[in-house]
Design a protein around this ligand. Structure first.
Ligand SMILES: [Zn+2]
Length: 319
């Protein structure tokens, strides 16, 4: 595309939005930002022992080369991006992708499923599987409802508790220790490779504090029920402590670069300290705005999601 064409499109869309006079809802703005992000090129990074990370697109994907096929972790938000990822995987191995593990049910991690081979074994936590089903046909899911084809890509097996498995010759521990980022999280631990794929329990772009999906309020209210996944800051702390105790030294998150154990420990320490500050102010009867001011946070939280302060404050009101 020439610069002139890009400019013409930009002007056209500017005047269209000026005419419309309605600012996008938080969900629409987020969906637009995600579509923009999805244009990024994908890149495969070798981690260790046949395990890889694919970056680019809307979220990270992991994969491990098994005996007969590839075990993938998180299928992206958009099918075309999923297909670009598979082209990148095909540069590493000719084996087909026949197992997919979902770390949770957020649209940016799930909606790309129909871009993958049909007939895959798809593993998810039972709460995530229920959330995916509940989004089908719901146009209000972050303004990103799942595509209709997802009906042919529903999880084929679910877990409730942590579980050790051998998937296509690869030792895997699927870890769920209760609600954390959402109530349907699955952390994938590879004991032989000493790698943890943590999904959005670890997000290393944007805010340094945990992303916890509870019922959105304030300016993020427009995201509605879709963001109400019963996440928990205490659960996040518990689960991250548990994955730090594993014999692992590479932590792959759902977005952003991988972390070492020391880097994840630093994030845990920061979250524990921040939660204690929020709770102390909450216990003094301070309002959310007062707490945010006390922590030198902007009154209106920038970015896609409520801040850790907002979600933790909201959790505290439930107690
Ligand atoms: Zn998420």
């Amino acid at each position: 595309m020439t610069a002139k064409v890009v400019l013409a499109i930009a002007i056209a869309s500017l005047s269209a939005s000026a005419l419309a006079q309605t600012p996008p809802s938080p969900a629409e703005a987020m969906a637009a930002a995600m579509r923009e992000q999805a244009k990024a090129p994908v890149a495969v990074k070798s981690l260790r022992g046949g395990a890889y990370e694919v970056t680019g697109g809307t979220s990270n994907t992991g994969f491990i080369v098994g005996d007969t096929g590839v075990i993938a972790i998180d299928p992206q938000m958009l099918a075309p991006v999923a297909q670009r990822e598979q082209a990148a995987i095909a540069q590493i191995t000719p084996k087909p992708v026949n197992v997919m593990i979902l770390t949770h049910a957020d649209p940016d991690h799930v909606n790309g499923l129909p871009g993958w081979p049909s007939g895959m074994r798809i593993i998810a936590h039972e709460n995530a599987a229920a959330e995916i089903r509940s989004y089908m046909g719901d146009p209000n899911v972050f303004a990103s409802p799942p595509p209709p084809e997802i009906k042919d890509y529903l999880p084929t097996e679910t877990i409730r508790f942590s579980k050790d498995e051998v998937l296509d010759g690869v030792r895997v521990r699927l870890i769920h220790l209760g609600p954390a980022h959402t109530d349907g999280d699955v952390v994938v631990y590879l004991p032989d490779q000493k790698i943890v794929y943590a999904g959005d329990l670890v997000v290393t772009e944007g805010d340094n504090y945990p992303s916890v999906h509870v019922m959105p309020s304030g300016p993020h209210k427009g995201m509605g029920e879709a963001l109400n996944k019963h996440g928990s800051s205490l659960g996040w702390i518990k689960t991250v402590k548990a994955i730090l105790a594993l014999d692992a030294d590479i932590y792959v998150g759902g977005h952003g670069p991988v972390l070492t154990k020391a880097e994840l420990q630093a994030r845990l320490d920061a979250a524990v300290a921040r939660r204690a500050q929020i709770k102390a102010m909450f216990d003094q009867g301070m309002t959310l705005d007062q707490v945010k001011a006390g922590l030198h946070e902007p009154a209106v939280t920038p970015g896609r999601f409520p801040s850790f302060t907002e979600t933790t404050y909201q959790e505290l009101t439930y107690e």
